[in-house]
Design a protein around this ligand. Structure first.
Ligand SMILES: Nc1ncnc2c1ncn2[C@@H]1O[C@H](COP(=O)(O)OP(=O)(O)OP(=O)(O)O)[C@@H](O)[C@H]1O
Length: 904
């Protein structure tokens, strides 16, 4: 690009654009923001706006597109929502005063993590920007929501995966990372619930950090956390280019202070959004959220994201929920008072940011006026927790009074056109107002006098922006106007407009008063806004109390509405639930149709192996146990008649296999990686849930892996474990693993009909009803009959074979297991830094290989010798196919293929 040829303005553009190569530059030109060159081409595509060209001094026209200044916000937020950054470049001097090109500067860079308004923000969710930092032996994370002023920081020695896992909990929209970590973060971010822009960033703002948070506070933080905060602030200041006075408080926490829930578990349990369409509806949050304030809604989500592990803290919450649950009137009064409380956190942030208008101040006043009622209700309540929560709370009544005395009840949106400040607030403003009102009276009087003097009844005095005040006379009456005194200003179709020296003189006075009034109002408003901004810490504290109160009442409300019961927290091992229900499945089912089930995970029976056909309710049951534990630890009542829950340090789930295809890895590989993480991290205080382990590989291998994993969890870790499997052959484990118990989801068979009872019973299921499911899915009778015939033949063969070779095989297996268990299991889940363990390590010898070594042929039975190979293949295909996951069309195609193969 040859700069020399460009006009001075384009040269200015290029110089500014060089400062922000990774952002769209919105370049202010009069009433438009213009984009040029590559930015224009891309923006026209992204925003669907017309691309034009402009002469810029070079031979070819420069690509250009633009958006009007007054509607720019929606365009900016559309780009930001798509993950782009937008730099806003304004004219910073009065064009009429400028010599040469008007001076322009970037006044703010809006990025996904720093958007203060627009569609990027949801009212019920935070918008976090994260800063990660790594140094030898430690990792730190600082998180900030600029719209609410929250800043959190944590650090860990546990490794990158722990900090990345923690990062995911924030569902950030933007992450700053040291250049060396960017790739790692991007890979991890692919699993997060929302898209995050990852920026390489290393510039710190150490001095500003001291000013912002105080040296003493920063000194308390570990070095790595301090750097993460400082870099975050550096980025915020560089992009926002303004005061961030609402960022004052850093909240530090340890990851171990909360129950650990890895990203898979969060998703699988559908804590805040569903797996299928990522909607809030259908999630645990959706059921539990009865909050009435925006900040309560956000806090509830954080509570669900981070269940507590400190029993006393959980019990504090449960105590308040208990009182509010019992006392309907108190709960209703609190809800009513809170309903009128606006989003204090975001109001305060806008006030500090300097973007709040008079309506925001009114909203703050209305909110603050309701707060004392809510606080008083808590103070007088039976709940120790509620009383402690509000004990030292400052209701900020003085701030409400300031606003009440200054701001009109219904002020305009604009802060530049007056009409915001009350009479009596400022003597000078009152004087100007009097002058202006006096002037208007004078005009009315003049109109009356002129009508009298001329005898023209329709004569009137009006105002427009170009000519100011004028006297208007219709054409028909012009002749009645005396000569000399009236100066013609404007001619309309059937009227003429005049001015008189007297009118001109008064006009100057009136307009000057109005201009000064508007200016003065803005000054008074800004001064008040700044004064309130200075009190942000007090208001942020209050907002937090209100949010917590809202969450507690929300738990109480939902617990009362859905007949949840208070769980008993314990320090022991045993987890017992009587008549438990799944909170979400129950909520979407009509009436009382959800079938309740008990759970007993005790010291001597801590592993439940659940068999049962597809659709019997195994997954629902296992999730229900995890959700009840989580609900208890966030301090909510639980959907059960009674529940005794030991504090659980981590819930690990592996549920469902179809939707975890990341980076081209097979579902099975993903499953094995998850299992590896689990074997590394689970402790005796963990709850492990594994659904359909090993279904992604061949039956023999799948079963072998399932058994090895169950044995490992049972023998090496001793955690509470729920496993569902379609390998009903695994039921024999009950004999060798002392704490394992078989359960099944019962079904009722009558004739050819199978009814799912959804009731858990002790003992294993005898069959998996796969072919029954195939029938329900609509496969033709011919195939079903053939499948049943083959199955019974296989079962006969199996029984015969077991009689013939069973004792020898079992003895060989037992011997081999005894010899190799330790070695194999350890190599299977060997701790390694390699995130993708090599296949050899994962799989171990197959049943077939082992059998071959021993000269046996368990994988190739007599059945295989008697059944035609193509029938065998077809049968295997039916066995492996997940019919319930198929569309009717896919099932039909599948059938068609089968039939073709069989008739070949
Ligand atoms: N306790 C219950 N009471 C009433 N309905 C239930 C219950 N449990 C499950 N269901 C219903 O049964 C359906 C199937 O349950 P679930 O997915 O848990 O079965 P599953 O045994 O895990 O089957 P699959 O192995 O095919 O995943 C659920 O969608 C739910 O509607």
């Amino acid at each position: 690009m040859r700069m020399a040829n460009y006009t001075p303005m384009i040269q200015q553009y290029l110089a500014i654009k060089a400062e922000v190569p990774d952002a769209f530059l919105f370049f202010r030109l009069g009433d438009f923001y213009e984009l040029f060159f590559e930015d224009a081409i891309r923006a026209s595509r992204e925003l669907e706006i017309t691309l034009t060209g402009r002469d810029g001094g070079a031979a070819e026209k420069i690509p250009m597109c633009g958006v009007p200044y007054h509607s720019s916000e929606s365009y900016i937020s559309r780009l930001v929502q798509k993950g782009y950054k937008v730099a806003i470049c304004e004219q910073v001097e009065d064009p009429s005063q400028a010599k040469g090109v008007v001076r322009r500067e970037i006044v703010r860079i809006v990025t996904p993590g720093t958007a203060m308004e627009g569609r990027t923000l949801s009212e019920t969710g935070n918008n976090f920007i994260l800063s990660l930092f790594a140094e030898e032996g430690g990792y730190a994370l600082a998180a900030c929501d600029l719209t609410t002023g929250e800043v959190y920081v944590t650090h860990t020695r546990a490794g990158a995966s722990t900090i990345l896992e923690e990062a995911g909990v924030y569902a950030p929209s933007e992450v700053l990372a040291p250049p060396g970590m960017v790739k790692l973060v991007e890979d991890e971010a692919a699993r997060w619930p929302r898209t995050a822009v990852v920026t390489a960033w290393e510039r710190s703002a150490d001095e500003q950090a001291v000013l912002q948070f105080g040296a003493a506070r920063l000194d308390e933080l570990p070095d790595s956390s301090r750097t993460a905060v400082s870099r975050l602030l550096g980025y915020l200041l560089e992009t926002q280019k303004r005061s961030l006075s609402h960022l004052t408080k850093i909240k530090e926490y340890e990851t171990e202070q909360f129950m650990v829930l890895d990203p898979f578990t969060r998703r699988n349990l559908e804590l805040t959004e569903t797996v299928r369409d990522r909607s809030r509806k259908g999630s645990l949050l959706w059921v539990l959220d009865k909050t009435v304030t925006a900040m309560g809604g956000r806090m509830l989500r954080r509570w669900i994201d981070k269940p507590l592990v400190q029993r006393s803290k959980i019990e504090e919450r449960l105590e308040a929920v208990g009182v509010l649950n019992q006392d309907l009137i108190l709960r209703e009064e609190i809800r009513t008072a809170l309903r009128d409380v606006y989003d204090l956190e975001r109001l305060v942030a806008r006030i500090c940011f300097g973007t709040a208008n008079a309506r925001d101040l009114t909203a703050l006043r209305v909110s603050l006026e309701k707060v004392p009622i809510a606080l008083q209700l808590c103070r007088e309540s039976q709940s120790q927790t509620l009383r402690a929560l509000v004990a030292d709370t400052d209701a900020c009544e003085d701030i409400a009074a300031w606003i009440a005395s200054a701001i009109q009840d219904e002020p305009p949106v604009s802060v530049r056109e007056g009409g915001m400040i009350r009479d009596g607030y400022d003597p000078h403003l009152d004087k100007l107002r009097e002058a202006s009102t006096g002037g208007k009276q004078w005009l009315a009087e003049l109109e009356r006098k002129e009508r009298e003097a001329t005898g023209i009844k329709t004569l009137k005095i009006g105002f427009n922006k170009v000519f100011g005040y004028y006297i208007e006379v219709t054409r028909a009456n012009l002749s009645a106007l005396p000569e000399g005194k009236y100066e013609r200003k404007q001619t309309l179709a059937n009227a003429e407009r005049f001015v008189t020296p007297e009118l001109k003189e008064k006009e100057a006075l009136i307009l000057e008063a109005e201009e000064r009034m508007v200016g003065l109002e803005y000054e008074l408003f800004s001064e008040l806004r700044t004064r309130i901004a200075g009190e942000n810490l007090r208001m942020q504290k209050l907002a937090e109390v209100i949010a917590a109160l809202d969450c507690l009442q929300s738990f109480a409300e939902v617990s009362a509405k859905r007949q949840y019961r208070k769980p008993q927290l314990t320090e022991g091992f045993d987890l017992q639930i009587k008549e438990g229900r799944h909170p979400v499945v129950e909520a979407v089912m009509p009436g009382q149709s959800f079938i309740r089930n008990d759970t007993q995970l005790l010291q001597d029976r801590g592993t439940m192996l659940i068999t049962g056909p597809n659709m019997a309710g195994k997954s629902t049951y296992m999730r229900q146990v995890a959700l009840i534990a989580i609900m208890a630890q966030i301090g909510c009542f639980v959907p059960a008649e009674s529940a005794s829950i030991p504090v659980i340090d981590r819930v690990f789930t592996r549920i469902g296999a179809a939707d975890d295809l990341i980076g081209g890895q097979s579902t099975f590989m993903v499953e094995m990686m998850d299992i590896r993480v689990m074997t590394e991290r689970a402790t005796p205080r963990s709850l492990v849930i594994i659904d359909e382990l090993g279904r992604g590989t061949s039956t023999g291998e799948g079963m072998a892996i399932a058994q090895a994993v169950i044995e490992f969890l049972h023998n090496q870790i001793g955690c509470k474990t729920l496993v569902s499997t379609h390998f009903h052959e695994l039921a024999h484990l009950e004999e060798s693993l002392s704490s394992l118990r078989n359960y099944s989801m019962t079904v009722k068979e009558s004739g050819e009909q199978v009814t799912f009872l959804r009731k858990l019973a002790e003992g294993a299921a005898s069959t998996s009803y796969g072919i029954y499911c195939a029938r329900v899915a609509g496969l033709p009778g011919e195939v079903i009959e053939r499948a049943y015939a083959l199955l019974s033949r296989f079962e006969r063969r199996e029984a015969e074979l077991a009689r013939e070779t069973g004792p020898a095989l079992e003895a060989a297996d037992r011997q081999e297991a005894a010899d190799n268990r330790q070695v194999k299991q350890l190599s299977l889940f060997e701790q390694t830094d390699d995130p993708w363990p090599r296949e050899g390590k994962l799989q171990g010898p197959t049943a077939r290989e082992r059998a071959a070594e021993k000269g046996l042929s368990p994988g190739r039975t007599k059945e295989e010798d008697t059944v035609l190979p193509k029938e065998r293949a077809a049968l295997e295909q039916i066995r492996r196919t997940e019919l319930m996951n198929m569309t009717p069309l896919a099932a039909l195609n599948f059938l068609h293929e089968l039939k073709q193969k069989l008739s070949e």
